[in-house]
Design a protein around this ligand. Structure first.
Ligand code: 5RP
Length: 219
């Protein structure tokens, strides 16, 4: 199975979790794009009253298949949030933000009862940090945060010519071996100028659906 086929399998498996859900949280990325395609392919768009989207790209895709997009402030808290990840550890803690939507993803994850994470098996790791850790920063703080991340042992690279949906910038921090995800998440969150860090440890996934060559496994 190709990686893309695996992503589709994980996305299909998430449909089990959205039965009877009227307003859905929807993440960002190629795996989530498969999930949105599944909503259309299985004629589920009629059953959904609306969705809260984590990015402009996802909003456009949802609208194309006829799903109304709502603001989180009007919807209130959500029952289910479906999103992908860049890395997943056995505690269902994640690195996210490869697609740059980490802040809105974190907000929706925080406001959702159940976070269903859909990944192919290449995303599972024992220790987070092989994937460069994305940090969304206020533009003015970029170099300062980069220096602070060097002190924490990483090698930050500015994601050049990239502006987030919130008008901010991203640093991708390489070579972090994240032995204590919660402590690092708190430490980076505390740096002035950080909008959010792509460690999802304080609010991990509740369910991770991992598509493997032997079927979809549930963590
Ligand atoms: C976007 C994300 C994505 O969930 C993550 O990058 C995984 O993307 P893909 O499904 O394309 O592999 O966090 O900010």
């Amino acid at each position: 199975m190709t990686q893309d086929e695996s992503k589709r399998k994980a996305a299909e498996a998430a449909l089990e979790y959205i039965k009877d859900v009227s307003i859905l949280g929807v993440g960002t990325g190629s795996t989530v794009n498969h999930f949105i395609d599944c909503l259309a392919d299985f004629n589920l768009t009629q059953d959904i009253q609306g969705a809260v989207s984590s990015s402009i790209a996802t909003t456009e895709r949802l609208k194309k298949i006829g799903v109304p997009v709502m603001e989180l402030s009007e919807s209130g808290n959500l029952d289910v949030y479906v999103d992908g990840a860049d890395e997943v550890n056995p505690l269902k803690q994640l690195i996210k933000g490869g697609g740059g939507a980490l802040t809105r993803e974190k907000i929706i994850a925080g406001a959702s009862k159940e976070f269903v994470c859909i990944v192919d098996q290449t995303k599972t790791v024992d220790i987070l940090g092989n994937f460069p850790l994305p940090i969304e920063v206020i533009p003015m703080a970029r170099s300062y945060i980069a220096r602070e991340m060097v002190k924490l042992g990483g090698q930050p690279i500015w994601r050049e010519n990239y502006i987030t949906d919130n008008g901010c910038e991203i640093l991708d921090v390489h070579n972090m071996e994240i032995m204590e995800p919660l402590a690092l998440e708190k430490a980076v969150n505390n740096l002035a100028g950080v909008v959010s860090v792509g460690i999802f440890g304080l609010r991990p996934a509740d369910v991770v659906l991992v598509a493997t060559d032997n079927g979809v496994k549930t963590l």
